[in-house]
Design a protein around this ligand. Structure first.
Ligand code: ADP
Ligand code: MG
Length: 764
C-alpha cells in the first residue's frame, strides 16, 4: 500500500461484517477455555498464594479464588463471575473488552496481583493522575492482603518520591507520567538520577483511547532555550492582520479551518514579488497559513490564555488550561507572534516519544476498555493485542435508538432542546455530550436560554470532573460535557432516576468513529440499569461536510426538519454512517502513516539509548574517544588522572550525544513539516523522509565523537584537574515536559496540506 496521506481507505460494510463473524467464533472458543478455569475455582480458597504460575489451569483457578476472597474481605467487592473470567483472560495475555461499570478496576487489580506473584513488576496506566491515585488507593487493601505493595506516581512528585513509587510491586500512573519518566530516565546524567522503573508488564486502562485516539500525541521533554524574538514570525503576524476576511481568506463557520481564497493567494503573490510560493518558497506559504490560522481561527481567552509572557493553551477536548500542552511548534510560534510577546520562549526539544514507543518498551502489554472489539484488527496489527470480549454480568437493558438526522443544525438544536426539556420534566437525568469546548458552551447557553438548568462540564480538573460526572445520575439533572470529560467515573442513576427510565445519553452529532459513539453510549445502562442513548445529527455536521460533501438531499422531512425514516430517504439516511466510515478509515490511515514515519526514528533512538547506557555505566566512553582520537586523548592522559579522564569522557560523550539527538529531532520535525510538498515533485514523501533521516543518522556518531573530544580539550585543566563541572553543565537539566495538543487542529493541518496540494496541483 502506497503511503499517501490524501488517500482514504473506506471499509466496506461487507468486510466489516465478515470480520465480525470470524472474530466471534474465535472468541467463543477462547472464552470457553477460560470459563473452565473459572468453573474449577475451589469452594474454599487456598491460603494466600506466594507465587503463581498462571499457565497452569489449577493454579490460576486457585489464585482467582484467593484473590476474590481477599477482595471481598478487604475491599468490600465480591467479584462477579464475569470479573473472574476477565481477570483470567488478562492473566492469559488477552486484552479485554468489558462494558462500562462492570468493574474493570477490580479486574485489572486481580490480574496485576497475579503478575506480581509471578515475580514481574506491573505498571497500571490510567487516563490521568486523579485515577492513578484513586485506583491505587482503592485497590491497595487487595494487594496488601495478598502480601504485595502498590503505589501511585503523581505529576508533582520529586525524584525520590518517584523512586519509591516505582519500587512497589504494582505502580499506578497516568500514561503521560509514565512517558515522561521514561524520557527523563533516558536523559539521566547519572545512573542514580533514574526512577528505577522496571518496565516488565504494562496494563493499559481505557486502552483504545490511549493506544489509538491518543496514539499520535507525542510526549516531549524540552529545555527552555534562550528567549528570542522571531522577527519573521512577527512580520507574518502583522501581514495577515492586513488580509481581509471573506475576500482574501475564508474561515469555516465552526472556526476550525481557515484557507486563502484564490484572490488571497494572488494578493500574497503580489505582495511578495521575490518569492516563488509554489516552488522553492513553499515553506513560506506554510508559515503564512499558520499565521493566518493563529489570527483568524484562534481566539484569546477561548482557545488560549496569555499570562507570564507565555501562551497557555486551553485544551479543546477537555476545556481547561493545560500546562502540559503545546501546539505543534509552528503554530505555537505563530500564536506567540500574534500576541507580539516580547519573549517568544522557544523550546529545544531534547527527546520525545509516542505511546507506541512507551508501551513497546515493556515485555508484556495488555489493555482493557469497554470498546476494543471495533478496533481489534488495528490493535492487533499495531500492538500485537488479542482481544477477548467478556460478557456483562447482567444483561444490558439500555436502548440504543437509531440516529435522528436533521436537515440543518438549527433543526437539530431545536430537537435537542425538546428532548432534554421533556426528559428533565419527567425527572430523568440527561447527559449531553458534545465534541468540543465551544460546542458545549453553545449548547449550555441554548438550554439555559430556554430555562433548562444544566451543569456545564469543562475547564475543570480531573477531580472535579469525576465529582460532577458521578452526580450526573441524579433525578432531573442535565449535564453538558465534552466527550473526554470525567473519564473512568461511573454514572450511577438514583432510584428516582431509575424509575424515570435511567440515564439518557444524547450525543450532539456522531463521533468520528463508531467506537467513540459506543464509548459514549456505555455511560448509560451500566450493570443492568435501564437507560437510553440517541445521537442527534444533521447534514450540516462537520462529520458529514468533511467526509461526504456530495451526499443526496432528503426527499421528505417532517415539520421539525427531521429526515423521516422512509424508503424515499433511504440513501440520505445512510449518509452519516458512510461519513463515519470514511472518517474512521482516514484516522486509521493517519495512525498507520505516523507509525511508519516514527519507525525509523524509534530504531535510531533505541540504538543511541543503548550506547548512552553503556557509556553511563562503565569505562566505554573513554575507550570510544581514545579509538576515535588517539592522539588527543593520549595528550590529555598525560595532563590529568585516569579516573578523572574517564569521568570527563563520560560527561562529554553523554552531553554530545544528547545535543546531537536533539538536533536530529529538530531536523526530523522540519523535514516532516514540509515533506508533503515533495508529492509535488512526484517523490514518495515517506521514502524521502527515511532516506534523509537515514543519511543524517549516518553522520551522527562521528559528529558526537568529534564534539565530545572537542569539549574535553576545551575543558579547563587547573593544577592537573579537569573541570568536570563545566563538562557536566553541558547536559541541560532545566527540562519541561509536555504533550503536543491532541485537539482537532492536527487534522486541520492535514486538511490544509491537502487543500494546498489541490491548489498547487491545479496550477501545475
Ligand atoms: P469500569 O472501569 O469497568 O467502568 P469501575 O471499576 O469503575 O468500572 O467500577 C464501577 C462500579 O462497580 C464501582 O462503583 C464499583 O464499586 C462497582 N463494582 C465493581 N465490582 C463490583 C463487585 N464485584 N460487586 C459490587 N460492585 C462492584
Ligand atoms: Mg474504568
Amino acid at each position: 500500500m502506497a503511503p499517501n496521506p490524501g488517500v482514504i481507505l473506506p471499509l466496506t460494510s461487507v468486510a466489516d461484517r465478515l470480520r465480525e463473524s470470524m472474530w466471534r467464533s474465535a472468541n467463543d472458543k477462547r472464552l470457553k477455555r477460560l470459563q473452565r478455569v473459572v468453573d474449577a475455582m475451589p469452594e474454599n480458597p487456598p491460603e494466600t498464594p506466594t507465587s503463581l504460575d498462571a499457565t497452569s489451569d489449577a493454579e490460576l483457578a486457585g489464585f482467582l479464588a484467593a484473590a476474590g476472597e481477599v477482595a471481598g474481605r478487604e475491599v468490600g467487592l465480591d467479584p462477579f463471575p464475569n470479573q473472574y473470567l476477565a481477570a483470567a483472560a488478562l492473566l492469559r495475555g488477552f486484552s479485554i473488552e468489558l462494558a462500562t461499570g462492570e468493574g474493570k478496576t477490580l479486574v485489572g487489580a486481580m490480574a496485576a496481583a497475579g503478575w506480581a506473584l509471578e515475580g514481574r513488576h506491573v505498571h497500571v496506566l490510567t487516563a490521568n493522575d486523579y485515577l492513578a491515585a484513586r485506583d491505587a488507593d482503592w485497590m491497595g487493601p487487595l494487594y496488601r492482603g495478598l502480601g504485595l505493595t502498590c503505589a501511585a506516581v503523581q505529576a508533582d512528585q520529586d525524584l525520590p518520591a518517584r523512586q519509591t513509587a516505582y519500587a512497589a510491586d504494582i505502580t499506578y500512573s497516568s500514561v503521560a507520567e509514565a512517558g515522561f519518566d521514561l524520557l527523563r530516565d533516558r536523559l539521566a546524567a547519572r545512573p542514580g538520577d533514574r526512577t528505577g522503573a522496571r518496565r516488565e508488564v504494562v496494563l493499559v486502562d481505557e486502552a483504545d483511547a490511549v493506544l489509538l485516539d491518543e496514539a499520535r500525541v507525542p510526549l516531549v521533554l524540552a529545555a527552555d532555550a534562550e528567549p528570542h524574538r522571531d522577527e519573521h514570525a512577527l512580520a507574518l503576524a502583522a501581514y495577515v492582520r492586513g488580509l481581509e476576511a471573506g475576500r482574501d481568506y475564508v474561515v469555516a463557520p465552526d472556526r476550525r479551518t481557515v484557507h486563502l481564497t484564490d484572490d488571497g493567494l494572488r494578493r500574497v503573490e503580489d505582495d511578495h514579488p521575490g518569492r516563488d510560493l509554489f516552488g522553492t518558497d513553499s515553506e513560506f506559504l506554510v508559515s503564512l497559513n499558520l499565521a493566518l490560522h493563529a489570527h483568524a481561527a484562534l481566539e484569546r481567552d477561548v482557545d488560549y490564555l496569555v499570562a507570564d509572557d507565555r501562551v497557555w493553551l486551553v485544551s479543546g477536548s477537555r476545556g481547561r488550561v493545560d500546562r502540559l500542552q503545546r501546539w505543534p511548534d509552528g503554530l505555537q510560534l505563530a500564536v506567540e507572534a500574534k500576541e507580539a510577546l516580547d519573549t517568544a520562549p522557544g523550546l529545544q526539544v531534547l527527546d520525545q516519544l509516542v505511546i507506541a514507543e512507551l508501551v513497546g518498551g515493556y515485555d508484556k502489554l495488555v489493555g482493557m476498555s469497554a470498546t476494543m472489539r471495533a478496533a481489534d484488527e488495528e490493535l492487533e496489527s499495531l500492538y500485537g493485542l488479542q482481544v477477548a470480549v467478556i460478557p456483562s454480568h447482567l444483561p444490558c437493558r439500555r436502548t440504543d435508538h437509531p440516529t435522528r438526522l436533521h436537515a440543518t443544525s438549527e433543526h437539530r438544536d431545536a430537537a435537542l432542546a425538546d428532548l432534554v426539556r421533556d426528559s428533565g420534566k419527567r425527572g430523568r437525568p440527561v447527559l449531553v455530550a458534545t465534541q468540543s469546548v465551544r460546542e458545549s458552551e453553545r449548547i449550555a447557553d441554548l438550554l439555559r436560554g430556554l430555562g433548562v438548568e444544566c451543569v456545564l462540564l469543562n475547564a475543570r480538573n480531573a477531580t472535579e470532573e469525576a465529582a460532577i460526572i458521578s452526580r450526573a445520575g441524579e433525578a432531573g439533572r442535565v449535564t453538558v460535557s465534552t466527550q473526554m470529560a470525567g473519564r473512568g467515573t461511573d454514572v450511577v442513576p438514583s432510584p428516582e432516576a431509575v424509575d424515570a427510565g435511567g440515564l439518557l445519553v444524547v450525543g450532539v452529532g456522531r463521533f468520528p468513529s463508531a467506537r467513540l459513539d459506543d464509548q459514549l453510549r456505555g455511560r448509560a445502562g451500566r450493570q443492568g440499569d435501564p437507560g437510553e442513548s440517541v445521537f442527534l445529527a444533521s447534514l450540516a455536521d462537520r462529520l458529514v461536510t468533511d467526509n461526504d460533501p456530495d451526499h443526496p438531499e432528503p426527499a421528505v422531512v417532517d415539520g421539525g426538519g427531521e429526515v423521516e425514516q422512509c424508503r424515499a430517504n433511504r440513501r440520505v439516511l445512510g449518509v452519516v454512517d458512510h461519513a463515519q466510515r470514511v472518517s474512521d478509515g482516514d484516522q486509521r490511515n493517519l495512525r498507520w502513516l505516523s507509525w511508519r514515519y516514527g519507525e525509523l526514528l524509534r530504531r535510531q533512538r533505541a540504538h543511541l539509548v543503548e550506547v548512552r547506557e553503556t557509556c553511563l555505566e562503565g569505562p566505554e566512553a573513554l575507550d570510544r574517544l581514545a579509538e576515535h582520537a588517539p592522539e588527543e586523548v593520549a595528550e590529555l592522559d598525560e595532563r590529568v588522572g585516569e579516573d578523572e579522564l574517564e569521568e570527563g569522557a563520560r560527561l562529554a560523550l553523554v552531553a554530545a550525544l544528547d545535543a546531537a539527538w536533539s538536533a536530529h529531532l529538530g531536523h526530523a520535525a522540519e523535514l516532516r513539516e514540509g515533506i508533503h510538498l515533495r508529492v509535488l515533485a512526484r517523490e514518495d514523501p515517506l521514502t524521502e523522509f527515511e532516506k534523509e533521516m537515514g543519511a543524517a543518522y549516518q553522520g551522527l556518531s562521528g559528529r558526537i565523537l568529534d564534539d565530545a573530544v572537542a569539549a574535553l580539550l576545551e575543558a579547563p585543566v587547573v593544577d592537573g584537574r579537569l573541570d568536570l563541572e563545566s563538562l557536566g553543565s553541558r547536559i541541560p537539566s532545566a527540562t519541561w515536559a509536555y504533550t503536543v495538543t491532541d485537539n482537532e487542529l492536527g487534522d486541520d493541518f492535514t486538511r490544509m496540506g491537502r487543500a494546498l496540494r489541490r491548489r498547487i496541483a491545479g496550477r501545475g
